[in-house]
Design a protein around this ligand. Sequence first.
Ligand code: ASP
Length: 375
Amino acid sequence: MLSTRRVGISRDPRPTARRGGVFVALVAAAVLGAGPGRVRPAAAQPSPRVHVVATGGTISNREGGRLSAAEVASLAPGIERYAQLSTEQFSNTASGALTVAQYLALAKRLNALYRDDPGLAGIVVAMGTDTMEELAWFLHLTVRDPRPVVVVGSMRNPSQVGFEGPANILAAVRVAADPAARGVGTVVVLNDEIHSAREVAKTDARRLQTFRAGEYGVLGVVDPDRVVWVRRPIQRHSATSEFDVERIDSLPRVDILLTYQGAPADLITAAASAGASGIVVAVAGAGAMSGTQAAGVREVRDRGVFVVTATRTGSGRISAGTADRTATTDAATERRRAHTLVAEDHAPLKARLLLMLGLATTREGHELQRMFREY
Ligand code: ASP
């Protein structure tokens, strides 16, 4: 179902008058013989190539029929000043309808695009905003190339007054085409802001400034004159990631359960009985559970399920237990310890996807805990 096509966008996007100017300069240089020491006329720089992969979402959800990938890529007049675009339709659906199998397939596809096209500057993925923070994080961990993946969408649809899709796709393409985007991994670009996939979350059901990275803030902004970067991710991701999707056929089930006053154990044991290899408990504060959850956690750990605690607060870090691990204990206690992990500063949604990838590669508790520290 994958198709690739180029958008009907000029290969030489500069205005005709400027093209003429460069032509005259090139002819003059040829006649005068521009050599070392002489001032060469500025050579025409080929504009960077950016590939847009559309998956659906509000940005394509026009009343009366969804926009195609080529239509999404062409939303912004003048976009060809920044990049030569090609497009591809991966799916055309709401983000919540994407399956984990499609996550894997998309990651494989983006890796292949970069592998097969060394001259490609960047990739833009257009999608729905509802689960954008999940797919963006998954791609951050699995697209193993220094070139960027820029995830974009819109809060208003093409049939609504104030549709911001054109501004967002323009900003996303500018970021993907920016040489300084190399090494940042996967970023989310909406509302002229650049957020790291590691930290970003949708924080408002309606507002245009919905994407936020909590206390960490933006990686940069997209201003009219240039893309401005203010910080870069330091944790492992993309080119330095160990998660090779070519070796993963399917991902194990990992569920998330929330701590709330009086939360029961039976939901935790039910998740394990339904086949979860891992459970993320979105705990209160820096690790508190409630009700009978702790008993449920003990039971599933004895059954070999990995349990990760991630804070439900929206920011802050849970550190690994400080209990004395040198004291020799019985095998059952050791097993429980090995299956007890903390998410560090990862939100529950991000911890879940990281645990799924981790469990696809190892069943060693200390290795899984290392991943939460390093990514
Ligand atoms: N329901 C849409 C989706 O996530 C919302 C959006 O695109 O903003 O696909």
